[in-house]
Design a protein around this ligand. Structure first.
Ligand code: CTP
Length: 224
C-alpha cells in the first residue's frame, strides 16, 4: 500500500502515569512505554508529524525530543492532549493510565503510625472517552484494551463507547505484554472485522498497527 501517512498529524499517548499518595510514593502500573514509542517511531519514519504525550518513561526513540511532551499524572496528560487533539488527523491512545487518583494526597511523607491505612480514590478523567465525544468524522482514533475475561465483548464495548475506529487488544499473559519486548495482539475494527496476530516483537506489532491505520486513512480519504 502507498504511504498515506506522510505529513499526517498524529497524537499518541504513551504509558504509564503516576498518581502520588505523598511526595515520595505513587500508584502506577507495569507498562513500559515500549509499545507506544515503537508505534511513534514507525509513524515518524513514515513521515508523519508525531506528537507523543508521555508519562515518566525514558525510552530511546527517533521522534525529535521537541515532539515529546513529558508529564506525570493523568490530569496533566489530559490537559496536554487538549492542546493537540483538535489539530490532528489521528489520535492513538496507547497509554495505560491510572483510572483513579488519591482523593487527598498528603503534602508530607505519610508516617507508619496506623495499623491499617485507608486511602480513598476518585476517578481520573477518561482521556479517550472525552475526545471520542468531540472527534470529527475526518479524525481517526485507535485505542488499546487489556482484558482478562470476555475479551472480545469488552473490547467491542470500549471501541464503541470511546468512538475508536479500531482497538488493539493486548494479551495479559506473561511474556506477551506489559514490560516485555514482545506482544500478541488482535485488532478489532469498527466494522466488526478482527485480525489476530501471532506473538511478535513490539516493533513488528507497531508495524502491523500502522498498516491497519493506513487502511483506515485510505477508507476515510475515499469517503471525504
Ligand atoms: N484510556 C484513557 N484514559 C483513561 C483510561 C483509559 O485514555 N483514563 C484509554 C487507554 O489509553 C486505552 C483505552 O482507553 O486506549 C482503554 O483503556 P483500558 O485501561 O483498557 O480500559 P478502561 O477504559 O480504563 O476500562 P477498565 O479499566 O474498566 O477495563
Amino acid at each position: 500500500m502507498e504511504n498515506n501517512l506522510k505529513g499526517k498529524k498524529i497524537l499518541i499517548t504513551v504509558d504509564p502515569t503516576r498518581e502520588y499518595l505523598d511526595p515520595v510514593r505513587f500508584i502506577t502500573n507495569e507498562s513500559s512505554g515500549k509499545m507506544g514509542f515503537a508505534i511513534a517511531d514507525v509513524l515518524y519514519n513514515q513521515g508523519a508529524e508525531v506528537i507523543v504525550v508521555s508519562g515518566p518513561v525514558s525510552m530511546q526513540h527517533t521522534v525529535p525530543v521537541e515532539n515529546v511532551v513529558q508529564l506525570v499524572t493523568v490530569n496533566e496528560m489530559f490537559e496536554a492532549c487538549k492542546q493537540y487533539f483538535y489539530l490532528v488527523d489521528v489520535a492513538i491512545f496507547a497509554a495505560a493510565v491510572a483510572d483513579y487518583l488519591p482523593k487527598n494526597p498528603s503534602n508530607c511523607k505519610i508516617k507508619k503510625s496506623e495499623q491499617v491505612a485507608l486511602v480513598e480514590f476518585v476517578k481520573n478523567p477518561d482521556i479517550a472517552f472525552e475526545f471520542g465525544k468531540i472527534k470529527t468524522s475526518k479524525q481517526i482514533s485507535i485505542g488499546f484494551a487489556l482484558e482478562t475475561n470476555d475479551v472480545l465483548d469488552n473490547a467491542a464495548i470500549k471501541l464503541k463507547s470511546k468512538s475508536f475506529d479500531a482497538i488493539v487488544i493486548n494479551s495479559p499473559k506473561k511474556d506477551e505484554g506489559f514490560g516485555f519486548d514482545t506482544n500478541r495482539v488482535s485488532i478489532l475494527k469498527r466494522d466488526g472485522t478482527i485480525n489476530h496476530y501471532p506473538l511478535k516483537s513490539k516493533n513488528e506489532v507497531a508495524q502491523d498497527i500502522v498498516y491497519e491505520l493506513q487502511k483506515l486513512v485510505e477508507s476515510i480519504e475515499q469517503t471525504h
